[in-house]
Write a protein that binds this ligand. Sequence first.
Ligand SMILES: [Cu+2]
Length: 705
Amino acid sequence: MHTLTRRLLPLSIMLSCTAAAQSVEEIIVTGVIDTHTVRTDDTMVAPADTAQLLRQMPGANINKNGELTGIAQYRGMYGDRMNVSINGAKISSGGPNAMDAPLHYAPVALLESLTINRGITPVSAGQETIGGNVNAETYSGDFGLGDDFRFSGRTYVGGQTVNDGLVASGFFSLSNRNHIFRSFLMKEKADDAEFARGSITPSEFDRERYDLGYSYQQGDHEFSIDYARNETGYAGNAALPMDIAAVDSDLFNSRYEWQGADLTVTAKLAYNEVEHLMNNFDLRRPPQDNDMGPGTMRYRQAFTTGDSLDASLSAERFVDNGSWLFGVDAHLADHNAVISNPNQPMFYVDNFKDVERNIVGGFIERDMALLDRMNLRAGLRYNRVSMDAGEVSANMNPMDMPSGMPFMMNMLAANLAGAFNDQELRQTDDNVDAFARLSIDTDSDISWYIGAAHKSRSPSYQERYLWAPMESTGGLADGNTYIGDPDLKPETALEFEFGFDLETARYSLYPRAFYKDVSDYIQGTPSQNELANNFAQLMANMGMGRPQPLQFSNVDATLYGWDVEAGYSLSERIELRAVASMVRGERDDIDDNLYRIAPDNLILAADYLGNDWMASLESVNYRRQGRVSATNQETETSGYSIINLSGRFNPTQDLELGIGINNLLDQQHRDHLAGFNRAFNPDIGMRERLPGLGRNFYGRMMWYF
Ligand SMILES: [Cu+2]
């Protein structure tokens, strides 16, 4: 059901339907709920970043590197281990530190829903799903009933006090039974965000977005094509060495579907192009003069580009006892990044040059009823990953000094570049994934579930091709410099999961336990490369970065834990909800924990449903995280509890007003998954964990027309 039609239902019915409608849909497929969806219409969200919604989902969380930079985490895996798509198209970030993490391209004001696969992800969901799969659906409008065109849409306006953030947007569509013409406009802006004892500098942001789209349906055919332009202006990334100065992206997405009697054919083609500029002097205090020379020598900016093409063709054939699904897909990505200094025109470092990461894959999946009450879904995928990089160079001695620091830096850089260029950079991996999920319905209200999978991921381009010690790590934000290794092997995970769905008229309970054994897990380990170590030491002497770099290496790791979501109807009007998540991530080769693992957390909430209004009281609880990575020099965080309140009111069927308060008691707290402060700030120490946001009053208005 599309949200634009759903809004016509009374709010209370709409809310209670959401969970039920989902489970009915999914029961037909697997017997247990295998996805978790959050719909923006039913959920009050203060932040501009869609990734924040992940914190409400079992097992999911967000590595936050900025107000518009949220990296998806699921059961302890994040970054390139996650397959993140928007309207079914996988997005590759344009920045080597994932400042434009994929969900950057699905702003909250345009979002219709965010869905995460719970547990073992089918191989049809994406090419590399070792960590999981997240899909964001944006508003696309609905077909009408008759031949006459009807104009409709939605305005979404929101504001919040924690950073004086404002968002204004409009979605407009003109549609009849065959056509939808649509467009979307959005502008959002915010100042630096406040916490209990000061403000986070820089965390301001500024973003515009323009969309145009068209859908056509006739008989068994449906076709759609969309274009989106994202223009992010200045946006702070205090957890990273630089801030966003611009992210200019063009995103195309098209899809064709043919639904025959017992066969559905789907073709998808998407393309995105990103131009990104970042620097360390506009939003944050620029480098200051020190013993080693004037600060102007340490001004840095980086210009990066990323293009990716995403295509797939699949066919689903329905048979008596289930279905067959076949498909082929390709994701071809190119990346470039060059670092320069605006004060020294001759200074440059090729960060990534002509990098390619191409995946071509194919899969087959079977969904079948076994006996009366058993359902099996299983699949097999093969991916060929080809990667390559061009020759790199640098000029770190722009004044051509005959000796001294720039001279030595430049010599080391030349040696590092030479060594890198001499290596075999072209790499090809053949990866095979497989999974099986079995569910069993019983006479009672319980459905049992057990699943197993073998999943793989080839190294990211940063992990293979980062040739000089730098912090371009896809957003690890641990403050360490890294070097890559072109010879890295793909990581592979053997995964088991079991649980059950318990559903009665009064309550529901969906627990899952999982165990993931990862071979060749890619992790930074102390670098043995003397050139790189000397280079990093010189940089550190100048006041840039830590001296001892890490090198991406294949190690072994285990992740395990459990998560659960539960609901209980206390009365016709009062619903209780709970989501709890627990994950452990450990190295198997040495005695250490994995870096940036979400602490144990529990959300407890009570919703009161009135006739044309509703209210929620929510308590968000995070435990202390003492299981930290010594290798990454990660520090512990204490536990915290914050209280959130929100309410929504429908004065008319077409209008909804919502208000909320996040962190009601203005608790000082630190989110373990936020990075470490890298920008000068009188309120937060350098390399101190960034604080969680302070008390925030927010409101939104949605008007449908
Ligand atoms: Cu960047």
